[in-house]
Design a protein around this ligand. Sequence first.
Ligand code: SF4
Length: 461
Amino acid sequence: MYYSLFEIFSIGIGPSSSHTVGPMKAAKRFIDNLQQQNKLTELTRLQTHLYGSLALTGIGHGTLNAIAYGFMGIDAEDIDPQINYIEQIQQSGNINVAGVKKIKFSFDKNIILEKTIYLTEHSNGMKFTAYDDKDNVLLEETYFSVGGGTIARQDEIGQRIDRKPYDVPYQFNNCAELMEICRQNKMTIAELVLQNEKAIWGRKIKIAKQILKLVSIMQENIDIGITKDGILPGGLQVKRHAKEMYERLISRFESNATDSLTAIDWINIWAFAVAEENACGGRMVTAPTMGSAGLIPAVMRYMERYSKFRNDTDKQNASITFMATASAICSLYRTNASISGAEVGCQGEIGVACSMAAGGLTAALGGNNQQIENAAEIAMEHNLGLTCDPICGLVQVPCIERNAMGAIKAVNAARLALQRTGTHIVSLDSIIKTMYETGLSLNSDYKETSLAGIAKNAINC
Ligand code: SF4
């Protein structure tokens, strides 16, 4: 099924699309529903229950804060980084619901972490209940954060596969169909995506301009990230590294030291810069999730720095081709597998980001559709089985390094594909199926619970 580029690359607040962006949207939607039913004036208490992975890693991931943002009716794009909304709630003991109704609120009492309960539909479950002054239930709804910031209410969860498709000229359900449509219409994957986006948005938005806006936010995070040092929040005492890595590399240049692998150092710095910004709860673009949001910007910066573009127009066109191609690849994973670490492990986050970046880079560097498929397939093939085991539930270790490792793998996958003709034995469809089956058979402890893997063996949180 076709997913819009602007759904795949969406602006949100770090550090986790499934644990911050999704819950924030769910809480806001719950309050919107309460308001639409004209019950907001009667509201005196809001109670939230978080289940499974959201309960186990919610504090480290900033889920509780995200829910408070949602209750306040704030959209991620509108958050003012200069205002400490959470501190205001903690100090006053009140929350201004939907910006109009002030009620008592305590993170400890009004958000319950049900760490041993997993709802059957999905491991990222949350239940919201609104009460009046006599403790009558005004509204109760259960939501799931199903990956990449996408949410589904309990009655919608089975419709993930059957959700109403966009009315687009080129609908596809798998890579074989995508390739055939492109072949028949003599178009690239990026051209197909841009046609579809035009059909979805019409004149409402200028597609190219909006894509470039997303690119500029992603690139801005690199430039911000390399200027900041200090310790990342969350109590793990993880140091920010991007700035010192950047300064060390610059001083190497100044001393005229030569190193044939400098490109790798740059990619590491760029990926670290964005992933560290994400860990600090900065404004991010899901690519396709927050935990993996450093990978694609790093590969795009590599493309920009190491390719010989004649002018800015060529550079912008390459960025648009990259993003459009990457988004089509992500549609394939969302349709036939998952991009949720809680559902399929880190394969769904870093693995998918790596596959998207490999395909995007191949397209932007002039690869044909077969080479793009090959690059995306190679990238996922060597991420199969990657577990999600963030230490203390924080999107820091191993997540930040994984962005750098994934970015380098994506560049290599693109280079391998570009050196070949595009013919390959393993199709992207078969690797997506393999990734999903592998993810489903992973023990649930390895899926964003912080109960196993590095999270269990490296340090006692
Ligand atoms: S280990 Fe991977 S999937 Fe898990 S939180 Fe970190 S980046 Fe996301």
